[in-house]
Write a protein that binds this ligand. Structure first.
Ligand SMILES: NC(=O)c1ccc[n+]([C@@H]2O[C@H](COP(=O)([O-])OP(=O)(O)OC[C@H]3O[C@@H](n4cnc5c(N)ncnc54)[C@H](O)[C@@H]3O)[C@@H](O)[C@H]2O)c1
Length: 467
């Protein structure tokens, strides 16, 4: 094992003793010409992508890289190719480095909140990957930390930066679609039969598995619990609902200007895949939002419904038209009709029944298209929204302005997605007060909004924010 967790050092004295900052240091503002020192936590699929991007930014120094899997620290340092970059097995040692102004958190989801809060406490700005949290209260603690320590915290829901999303938001806000009463979204793919099963075994000597688990419950090692496949285990993630939902639900909340749902119900299960994952491969969720509209989200892991475009993108359904958002957007008009003419005709109504008219259907609005396909790296064309999000973070680190994908935005999305998973796991609908951010009338569901962190991380958390 490398860098075994030192319990004593993880306490407030140990952590903050080394990194506590004065008020003046918290207020230190980067000048327009200052170079920004960055540290990376997690050199996995997306951590490597972030490193690739930041290597291209000429106002940035990659000062540190931390991973609990030693071969990845070594590979990461080789990949960065800068002899001054330091490698760390224990991120806490990296947080002590005063040459680092910002950290990129690209670990599994169960570490996102605590790593962000600890970075804020150490006076560092944060780019934290989505999904921001595993349970609802983590988001509240992260916002608290960002405000308390005056930090810029960006969440990796980069797709908001796409021109298509911004243009679609304008169309939606203009009211031209009429009353938008429902939105249908879907994430379909077919990975049947799944990733297989992995046995319980001793963790490889190169991985600090206890540090990998961090605040999550102690469970025996299985290869699938760790690198990449952690996504399918409830202790570390919320499955595709939070993994892909973080992107799609974020766009819905942003376009519709809503904070959170009033009600959610979800059902599904791991019905088809033959592997050791726990999260659903088939999930349907319906949220109801203030102002009167529903969002219907279908997730399939074992059927891509090939050929059916309705399984891709988001469809905003209004009384006058539809907006399909999938990178770019398309407005498809609804027809204005005389409602009476929509009644089935058969052999006609007997006397006293509705009377058909000769009013012809006409489109309520004009068809239109806008925006461009986003996310070149996902193979869908044009824009690189992740690089835009990274640049927004760097720019806000200098200006101290609010970034486009801010911690509060990440929290809203995480609330909606986590509520859906809570409903699925409880097997019943949940009512939610989006202003007070509380479950209504369901003690069991309310208790699911929080989970205890494993020692010593619970103590570290409580030393930095009010829990
Ligand atoms: N924004 C996006 O579009 C996007 C795309 C893919 C993944 N992600 C997110 O990025 C995160 C990481 O996903 P991934 O696919 O790269 O996972 P991964 O398992 O490939 O990489 C995670 C890395 O973090 C390391 N790690 C775990 N705990 C650590 C700790 N305490 N300190 C240092 N390193 C630690 C692991 O050893 C691993 O190398 C996930 O939350 C995922 O949802 C975002």
């Amino acid at each position: 094992m490398i860098n075994k967790l030192d319990t004593a050092q993880a306490t407030r004295r140990g952590f903050l003793g080394a990194t506590a900052l004065t008020a003046a240091q918290y207020k230190r503002v980067l000048g327009a010409n200052d170079r920004i020192g960055i540290g990376f936590i997690g050199f996995g699929l997306i951590g490597k992508q972030h490193v690739t991007d930041f290597k291209k930014f000429d106002d940035v120094d990659i000062v540190g890289l931390s991973d609990v899997y030693k071969p990845r620290v070594e590979e990461g340092l080789r990949y960065i190719g800068n002899p001054t970059t330091k490698g760390y097995g224990d991120f806490r040692r990296m947080y002590e480095n005063k040459d680092i102004q910002g950290v990129v958190v690209a670990t599994p989801d169960h570490w996102h909140a605590l790593l962000t809060i600890m970075a804020c406490g150490a006076g560092k700005d944060v780019y934290v990957e989505k999904p921001m949290t595993v349970f609802i209260d983590e988001g509240k603690w992260m916002i608290q930390a960002a405000r308390k320590y005056n930090r810029i915290v960006v969440v990796g829901t980069q797709r908001r930066h796409g021109q298509g999303v911004a243009a679609a938001k304008k169309v939606i806000e203009s009211g031209q679609l009429g009353k938008i009463h429902s939105i249908r979204i879907a994430s379909f793919r077919n990975i049947y039969p799944g990733f297989g099963k992995t046995p319980v075994e001793d963790p490889p000597s190169e991985i600090d598995y206890d540090m990998w688990l961090g605040p999550a419950p102690k469970k025996p090692y299985q290869r699938h619990r760790a690198l990449y496949h952690f996504r399918w285990f409830w202790d570390y993630s919320g499955g595709q609902m939070t993994n892909l939902g973080a992107h799609t639900i974020d766009q819905v909340l942003w376009c519709m200007n809503v904070k959170g749902p009033t009600m959610v119900m979800s059902t599904g299960g791991r019905f088809a895949l033959e592997d050791d994952g726990e999260t659903p491969d088939t999930q349907d969720a319906i949220w109801q939002f203030p102002g009167g509209f529903t969002v219907n989200y279908a997730i399939r892991e074992a059927n891509a419904m090939r050929g059916d475009t309705a399984t891709r993108g988001q469809v905003y359904l209004g009384t006058r038209g539809n907006l399909v958002l999938a990178g770019g957007y398309e407005v498809i008009p609804e027809n204005k009709i005389d409602p009476v003419n929509d009644i089935p005709r058969f052999s006609g109504h007997p006397i006293g029944g509705p009377v058909y008219t000769d009013v012809k259907p006409t489109p309520w609005i004009q068809a239109s298209k806008g925006g461009v396909e986003s996310d070149a790296r996902y193979g869908t064309g044009g824009e690189d929204t992740m690089a835009m999000n990274e640049r927004d973070w760097l720019s806000c680190m200098r200006t101290r302005k609010r970034p486009l994908c801010e911690v509060e935005d990440g929290h809203k999305v995480a609330v909606a997605c986590n509520l859906a998973n809570m409903s699925l796991r409880l097997g019943r609908a949940i009512k939610w007060d989006p202003e007070k951010e509380q479950v209504i009338g369901d003690k069991e569901a309310a208790a699911m909004c929080s989970k205890p962190y494993r020692a010593p991380w619970d103590g570290v958390l409580k030393s930095l924010v009010k829990v």
